[in-house]
Structures are given as C-alpha cells and as structure tokens.
Design a protein around this ligand. Structure first.
Ligand code: ADP
Ligand code: MG
Length: 709
C-alpha cells in the first residue's frame, strides 16, 4: 500500500485552511476594494452581476489559480443525476509570435456552454437543441482541485437550458433559498424585527461511508459496477458486538482521515467531526454548518475528496446506502435551520419572551410544513439504495414524523389546550410576555430513530441517502417551510394584535398537525400501525414516492413559489424513474453475469473435486465419513439447482421489465418483479458460499470486505 501522501510539513492549520479556495479573505486581498464591496452586494442579492465586475474578478481568480499551478479551469455543476460534472478548458491562448498568453475572461467566468446533449434533461431539452448553459454561482467559492499531474480551477455553477429551465439540482435550491428568505423576512418584520435583512437556510450534512481494501474491491464486479455487494453471506461476526461505533480508529484509517481533513481544510471545508460508525469499517465526517447552497456544494466535494483520498491509501470509499445486506447502511443526516444575516438562529429557543414567540412560530412552521407536505419530504430522501435502509431497523421507517422531545411537545400541547405553563422563573408562561421554560440542551434525549428530529436548535433530517446530493432535501425543506411562513405572514401582517395572532397560529398547528409529532421508537413495528391510524402517509419505496412530484400539492407549491415549473417537475419525474430502472437493470445484469460466469463454474469445479475425492476414497475401500460427504455434496447440488432455476427466473423477469414501455410501469416492474427475483438468486448463492471451500469461491467475502483493512 502506498504511504499516505498528505503534506504534513505544514504545521499551521491557519495557513492550510482554505489555501485552495478563492474565499472571502482571498477576494478581499486580491480584488480592488470597490470591486470586493460590489461583489459582496451581488452575493447578497442586492445587485446584478455586470460584465465589468466579472472581468476584474476573473482576472484575479486566474492570477491566483495560475500562481498555485492551475493550467485549466472548469465550470463545475450538478446535473440531475446527482453527480457532479465538469468540462475542462486550459487558460492558454496562442499569440501571434508563436507563444501563448494565459487568459480567463469575465464571460468565461460567468457563463459556460458545455456540450450538454448527453446529460439527462427529462425532456426539457431535445438533444438536437443541445445547448445547456452553466452560470457562475457567485455565492459559492471557486476552488482548486489537485490530481496526480496538475491543478484545475473549478467554478461552482448552475446549469440551465436555453429557455431558462433548471437542468440541475442547484437552480431549484437557489430559488428555494429566495423563497424562504422572502417568507421568513415577512414573518420577522410582522413580529417587529427591524434588523434582519436576509434569512439564510443553513445546513450541516453528516456524511457516512464505508472503506474497503482496494484489492478486494477490484475483485468484485458488483462493487465495481454498482457500488454495492449483490452477494455475500453474513460472516460469523457482524456488528452485534457494537465494538466499532465510536471505537478506536485503526492506524491506517487514521492516516486516511488525516489526509482527508487536510484536503478538505485546504478547500475551505470545515471538516469538524469524524468517528467510527455502527457497522464495521463504516465512518462519518461532518463539517461545521453553513448556508445550504455552499453546504450542498461542499458536501458534493467532500464525497469526491473522500473517494480520491481513499484511493491514495489503497482503499475504496463506498458511498452507497446499503453496500452490505444485513449490516447497517449509510445515510446523510442533513441538519437544517434558518439564520438571519445578523447572526440569529431562528430555531434557537431564546431567553427573552419575544425571542420565544419567534422561535415557536418558526418551529410551528416546520411542523406544519412537514405534515402538509410529508410525501415531498419522503420523496426528497428516496433512491434505489435507500429503499434497502428505510424501515430496516437501522434508519427511520418510510414515514415522515417529527421528534420534538417530551418537554417541547408538552409545552405545545398545553399551549394548544389553553393550559398554564410554568416558566423558568416560576411565573406562568404567557406567550410574548414571559420566557419559555428552559429546554434541556442535553442530547441524551436524542432520538436516533426519527426521520426529522428537533435537536435543540435545528432539525436533523436523518432519512437522506448517503450517496445523494443534499440539494433536493434542502430544496424541499426550504420551499415547504416558505409556504407555511407566507401563510403566517398573511395572518400576522393583517393582525392588530400580533401576540394573539401568534398564539393562535401556534395553537392551530399543534391541534391540526399533532399527528406528525412522534417521540417514541421509530424502529418499532407498532409505529407503522400507529402512523397508519394517524393517517400519516406510508410511502414504502422510491417508485411510490416519485409520482408525488406530479400531484397537485407539489405542482401548486413549487410553481407558486417559483422554485420549479410544471415542466421542471415533469423532467425530474422522468429522470428519477429512469434512474431507478436503470440502476436495478444494471444490478440485475451484473448479478446474472457473476452467477453465470463466476459462481456456477466455481460450484461445478468444487463439486467435481468433491465427487472425485469421494469416488477415490470409496475405491480405496474407505467407508468412514463417505456418506456424510456425499450428503454435503447432495446439499450443494440442491442449492445449485435452486440457483440455476432462480437465475432462469431472473433472466425472464429482466427481459419482461426491459420490454415495459411506460416509465412508471417499468419502474414498478423492476421494483415488484426484478428485485424479488434477485433476492431469490442471492439466497441460493449465499447458501452456496457457506458450503464451498474458500479457495474455490470466486471473489472476496464479507469477512474480507468488512474486517480487513
Ligand atoms: P450532533 O453531533 O449531536 O448531531 P452537532 O452540533 O455536532 O450535533 O451537529 C451536527 C451537524 O449539525 C454539524 O454539521 C453541525 O455543523 C450542524 N449544525 C449545527 N447547528 C446547525 C444549524 N443551526 N443549522 C444547520 N446545521 C447545524
Ligand atoms: Mg447528528
């Protein structure tokens, strides 16, 4: 294995932090004062970007990047597949004298035109009209990415079509930030806040991942092509000893994490926490929160860097939600809140009566939004990989509910019943007049089974898939909360008694949306029954979640707030369904290949060897153990028969699935028919793995993948 190659000569973290990021400090240093100020105003949304400003910024970015070794630049964007994409151009322009000049114009900074015909547009852009544009997102800093042979300047951009439709995940996210900003400001103003000029949704995504030995990874076509294992019998030891969670970090992993942190810090990503997770060889890294837009970009970058650094250490990072059956999978916990530009967290219960009323209003907005639009939140946390996690006793069930903690729930309950509440100083709580009782800050009360948990001053959306972009969950949180805040603003702006109106809003929320509050164990089977009784939607799979996008509540919400048009929603509907079917199609294809060309030949070889041994021993006159060995071989052949037959069934179902013309019906077919057929094949293959001599098994097993690094 290659030794880690982090640059540990550098001792000053201050120097390291952000050295590869064109952040605020660098901008202040490199830009003329007036331009810097102007750019800040543009970032705040108070002014439009002009080509003159772009020219000056481009020139400064270019000098900075070239000084640090960059030869190329790239607009970096997030197409609807959820990956990131880029197209590189070099800075060179040939000059008349046979030499070159290095150029990067304002126009090149602002707008790019990748040959975008192959990115999925879900029908928004016909391929003959292939033009898609990338536009500089001034609020997300440019950065330098090093590879083995050079450095590239990357510029975070939004990606849209010639006619202005969003072709990526960022455009709707930016629009949703606007929507929640406008709505929250209206509420704040109505409540008498005169200082806040902007409200910014904030996010801190915790990222889980697995590390496996690269040598083993390379020997498994399933990992290589699908990111998950399609076979693998449970090893004699799993996660039952619970000795991995928060356990001592192995030396090799510690080396990896050190380099990961250095890379992230150099990019200006504030990696803060790291630890072992529940499953063997599973880990987590979390940054300090920032605006949802930057946090989403940085999370995307973090996933890239995790993979890059892992490969330098002879490891492979798996970001898939469920790489190993029977072992906990990975999630991305999206912590979310709303902050004002003057530094207040709107979900922080304050000390003063005024702040508490504000807190309860914003809290109520999230409660109502989650109940009213629960299918959309559910959709935003769905993909094929996550279907294997949600409801599997390791992640929340596929039902949106909110954990508030018993104290806060009791306060809301009493308020809604007009009962008196004792405040901290012994007085009775009167909204807007006295302070709330102190809420316990202790996270011991933390509920790890809730999909959307209030954790003292933010919500933790725990359902999000590990491999997915954080853009959609944040877009849905921003938009749904914006909608409810607008409704509150309508009421508050027309009220002549703010305190009464606020009180009524809070009461109404608890009365009408109490069903979404659940402080119990979300993993228990009883909860699913209880949730159904409460009338909460139970949307079991991705295929069931996607059609929610085209139902009227979604269309009304997103169009009303200008976040996504009907066409943009239809495009996403199409792409998500296609992606789902494609993914299962690939998995099934890989499975068929591995069974046909690796497992079956291995079983035949081993069986022949066994049979030959039995025959030889028998002709030598040996009787002991022969009948037992024959019986074992018989069992192997029974499994072999099961495997062969189920393989035939899978092939037939896959062929049927591929022939279904309608996208939704096809995705349903993959979900309902192909997946169960795959499970059958796996069942026999895993039983055979346990019965065949290790040397004969064609690829590394769970013991290798989960316990050896
Ligand atoms: P815990 O580890 O108990 O879940 P932390 O305070 O460490 O809690 O937070 C976990 C994540 O939540 C971190 O990424 C953190 O930056 C983020 N976070 C904290 N406060 C906020 C907030 N106001 N808005 C968004 N994310 C936040
Ligand atoms: Mg957490």
């Amino acid at each position: 294995m290659e030794k880690n190659s982090g640059n540990f000569a550098k001792t000053s973290l201050e120097e390291l932090y952000g050295e590869n990021c064109f952040n605020d400090a660098v901008m202040r240093l490199k830009l003329p004062r007036s331009v810097y100020k102007e750019l800040k105003e543009i970032q705040r949304g108070n002014r439009q970007l002009t080509i003159e400003i772009a020219e000056i910024v481009a020139s400064a970015i270019k000098d900075w990047a070239i000084e640090k070794g960059a030869t190329h630049y790239s607009h970096w964007f997030q197409p609807m597949t959820g990956l990131t994409a880029e197209k590189h151009d070099s800075f060179i322009t040939p000059a008349a004298d046979g030499k070159i000049v290095l150029e990067f114009s304002g126009k090149e900074l602002i707008i790019g035109e990748p040959d975008a015909s192959s990115f999925p547009s879900g029908g928004l852009r016909a391929t003959f009209e292939a033009r898609g544009y990338t536009a500089w997102d001034t609020t997300s800093p440019a950065f330098l990415m090093k590879d083995n042979s050079g450095v590239t300047l990357k510029i975070p951009t939004a990606f849209f079509s010639y006619t202005g439709e969003a072709l990526d995940k960022k455009v709707p996210l930016l629009r949703s930030m606007d929507a929640v900003n406008n709505a929250a400001l209206r509420v704040l103003k109505a409540l008498g806040n005169t200082t806040a000029k902007r409200v910014i949704p904030t996010a801190g995504p915790e990222q889980e991942y697995f590390l496996v030995e690269k040598d083993y990874f390379d020997k498994r076509m399933d990992l290589f092509l699908t990111g998950k294992t399609l076979f693998g019998a449970m090893p004699p030891k799993g996660q039952e000893m619970e000795d991995h969670y928060f356990g001592k970090i192995k030396l090799r992993v510690a080396d990896f994490m050190r380099e990961l942190n250095h890379e992230l810090w150099s990019l200006g990503i504030s990696a803060k926490t790291q630890h072992n997770e529940v499953a063997p060889n599973q880990f987590e890294v979390a940054p300090v929160f920032t605006s949802v837009n930057v946090a989403t970009d940085q999370n995307q970058l973090t996933m890239e860097v995790i993979q890059k650094v892992a490969s330098k250490h002879g490891l492979v990072a798996l970001l898939h939600e469920k790489p190993f059956a029977g072992v906990n999978g990975s999630g991305k916990h999206c912590n979310w809140s709303l902050a004002t530009d003057d530094g207040f967290n709107l979900l922080e219960p304050g000390d003063s009566p005024h702040l508490n009323m504000q807190f309860l209003i914003f809290l109520s907005a999230v409660i109502k939004a989650a109940d009213k639009y629960s299918p959309l939140l559910r959709w935003s946390a769905s993909n094929a990989g996550n279907d294997h996690r949600l409801g599997a006793g390791e992640a929340p069930p596929p039902i949106i509910s909110i954990f508030l903690g018993t104290e806060l729930a009791a306060i809301l309950e009493k308020l809604s019943q007009n009962e008196s509440i004792t405040s901290t100083n012994g007085n009775y709580l009167e909204l807007g007049v006295t302070a709330l009782p102190k809420l316990p800050k202790d996270s011991a009360d933390r509920n790890r089974t809730s999909p959307l948990a209030f954790t003292g001053n933010k919500f933790e959306f725990r359902m999000v898939p590990s491999s997915a972009s954080a853009a959609m969950p944040n877009t849905v949180l921003n938009t749904t909360v914006a909608d409810v805040l607008n409704e509150y603003a309508d009421k508050l702006e027309n009220s002549d008694n703010i305190k009464d109106t606020a009180q009524n809003i809070i009461k109404e929320v608890y009365k009408n949306h109490k069903r979404i509050i659940f402080n119990g164990n979300g993993y228990s089977g009883d909860w699913v029954k209880d949730a159904k009784k409460r009338g909460l939607p139970v949307i079991k799979s991705t295929v069931d979640a996607i059609p929610e996008l085209l139902k009227s509540p979604a269309i009304e919400l997103f169009t009303k707030l200008g976040v996504m048009s009907k066409g943009e929603l239809e495009a996403r509907y199409t792409i998500y369904l296609e992606t789902y079917s494609k993914q299962i199609n690939i998995e099934a294809g890989v499975m068929i290949d591995m069974v046909s060309r690796e497992i079956i030949p291995a079983v035949l070889k081993y069986s022949k060897e066994s049979a030959d041994a039995i025959n030889s021993l028998t002709s030598a006159g040996i009787k002991n153990g022969i009948s037992e060995q024959t019986e074992l071989l018989q069992f192997i052949m029974e499994d072999f028969e099961g495997l062969s037959k189920s393989l035939g069934m899978l092939k037939a179902e896959l062929a049927n699935a591929r022939a279904v013309p309608d996208l939704l019906k096809q995705a349903r077919f993959f979900h309902g028919k192909v997946l169960p057929a795959m499970e059958q094949v796996r069942l026999y293959a895993d039983m055979l793995e346990k019965k065949i001599a290790k040397d004969f098994w064609p690829f590394p097993t769970y013991v290798d993948l989960l316990f050896r690094i």
